[in-house]
Write a protein that binds this ligand. Structure first.
Ligand code: KIV
Length: 299
């Protein structure tokens, strides 16, 4: 893209990207220690613009979620997202050098085949993507993988409750832990992840009473999405909270803007201006010296 204005940045920083020097980089141990403090602010991002918006707004944690599949790639489920997709988008986010901790989401099948493959794939999100931690879905079943990834010095964020990668096994996107036994099982999962040493646990799509109980029972901060208010932090999908999808959003989403509507309106006005001949105006046009123009046109 051609620009009149030079890019911002003093050139002295690696990657040329300016970062808000007033904010120190957030680390995984800091997040783990944040339990009981102010609520943690987490949001998803998938590219440089969404990362910059999120970081400027004060995010503690940016998750490059596999919800990439739904909100960016237009897929029905997260199951088709690959490691290459996740590395590509994680690199776009980390290239902006955010102060927020960047967590790369491990896509389906990247940690289900073998522990060795899981460690290598987690390592790709760090080494190639530039993330500082990874997230993976599941409870006790995933402990061997979680332990091995932690053993490779990679901080892990857990994710229990409604785990979208299990959509086929769950028979749809359903709130989890609504029966006593199922709730007890989720509590046991969260306890096991906590004991293994995850630095935070996402609780998705669970009743508020269960989320509150888990939050009281584990040392790692809990971050809720559709889990009520009694958790240690909240996360929403960037496109959902900004109203960017132009589609229906789940009940737990609060939409703070209608950017889809704003964008459609802006593009419509651009097209109207084009058809009316109102775009571009004089100020939006490049010129050449008059003498050069005269010589050119007289040829
Ligand atoms: O992929 C994602 O966006 C997530 C959040 C919903 C936690 O896993």
């Amino acid at each position: 893209m051609m620009r009149d204005v030079p890019p911002t940045g003093d050139g002295g920083e690696k990657g040329g990207e300016m970062r808000d020097a007033t904010r120190d980089k957030v680390t995984a141990p800091q997040v783990r220690a944040a339990k009981g403090g102010p609520k943690l602010r987490m949001i998803t991002a998938y590219d440089a613009p969404s990362a910059r918006v999120s970081d400027e707004a004060g995010a503690d944690i940016i998750l490059v979620g596999d919800s990439l599949a739904n909100v960016v790639l237009g897929r029905a489920t997260t199951l088709t997202v690959t490691m290459d997709d996740m590395v590509h988008h994680t690199r776009a986010v980390t290239g902006t050098r955010p102060a927020a901790l960047v967590v790369g989401d491990m896509p389906w099948l990247s940690y289900h085949v073998s522990v060795e493959e899981a460690v290598r794939n987690a390592g790709r999100l760090i080494q190639e993507g530039g993330a500082e931690a990874v997230k993976l879905e599941g409870g006790r079943k995933r402990l061997p993988v979680i332990e091995a990834v932690l053993d490779a010095e990679i901080p892990v964020m857990g994710h229990v409750g409604l785990t979208p990668q299990s959509v086929n096994a769950m028979g749809g996107y359903r709130v989890q832990g609504k029966e006593v036994e199922a709730a007890r099982s989720l509590l046991a999962d969260a306890r096991a992840l906590d004991a293994a040493g995850v630095f935070a646990i996402v609780l998705e799509g669970v009743p508020d009473v269960l989320a509150e109980l888990i939050t009281k029972e584990v040392g790692a901060p809990t971050i809720g999405i559709g889990a009520g208010a009694k958790v240690d932090g909240q996360v929403l999908v960037f496109h959902d909270l900004l109203g960017l999808t132009g589609e229906r959003v789940p009940k737990f989403v609060r939409q703070y803007a209608d950017l889809h509507g704003t964008a459609v309106d802006a593009v419509t006005r651009f097209f109207e201006d084009v058809q009316k001949g109102d775009f571009p105006a004089e100020a939006e046009t490049y010129h050449m010296p008059e003498a050069v123009a005269r010589a050119l046109l007289s040829e």
